[in-house]
Design a binder for this molecule. Structure first.
Ligand code: GDP
Length: 137
């Protein structure tokens, strides 16, 4: 079993897609190990996306991620990281495959509805950041 972090981003929250996204998560065979709604501070958003600090989109990305509530979830499943990335689709919705969450619900490359960890290591780290101790379950 692997852990991955999913976030329902502010654009999807504003469109009231929490239920639809959670339904898809369960249909895909994930266990929701932990879940909470929160609002990221600007500092938390900057810390979460620190690897993108030098990118031209960093400022807009952090404003977007802290503009309203998000739902953060630790998901477990066999091959969780790869499978969740497949379900959410490419970062840019223009490149996202049919049937993916981003294809249907993302508005732009920044406002792309959901987050998914990009490696097993980051899955553990990101779940541990939002839910201390959950990586031990
Ligand atoms: P992800 O793992 O698919 O979420 O993509 P990344 O980790 O590369 O980027 C993090 C987030 O930054 C993405 O989900 C987008 O919200 C945003 N982002 C990434 N690349 C771009 C870009 O080229 N332009 C803009 N405007 N936003 C981007």
């Amino acid at each position: 079993m692997q852990l991955t972090l999913a976030i329902i981003k502010p654009d999807a929250m504003e469109k009231r897609l929490q239920g639809a996204i959670l339904q898809r998560i369960l249909a895909e065979g994930f266990e929701v190990v932990a879940l909470r709604q929160t609002r990221l501070t600007r500092e938390q958003a900057e810390g979460f996306y620190a690897v993108h600090r030098e990118k031209p989109f960093f400022d807009g990305l952090c404003s977007f991620m802290s503009r309203g509530p998000v739902v953060v979830m630790a998901l477990s499943r066999e091959d969780a990281v790869r499978h969740w990335r497949e379900v959410i689709g490419a970062t840019n919705p223009a490149d996202a495959a049919e049937g993916t969450i981003r294809k249907h619900h993302a508005s732009s490359v920044t406002e792309n509805a959901v987050h998914g960890s990009d490696s097993q290591e980051n899955g553990r780290l990101e779940c541990g950041y939002f839910f201390p101790g959950v990586e031990l379950l």
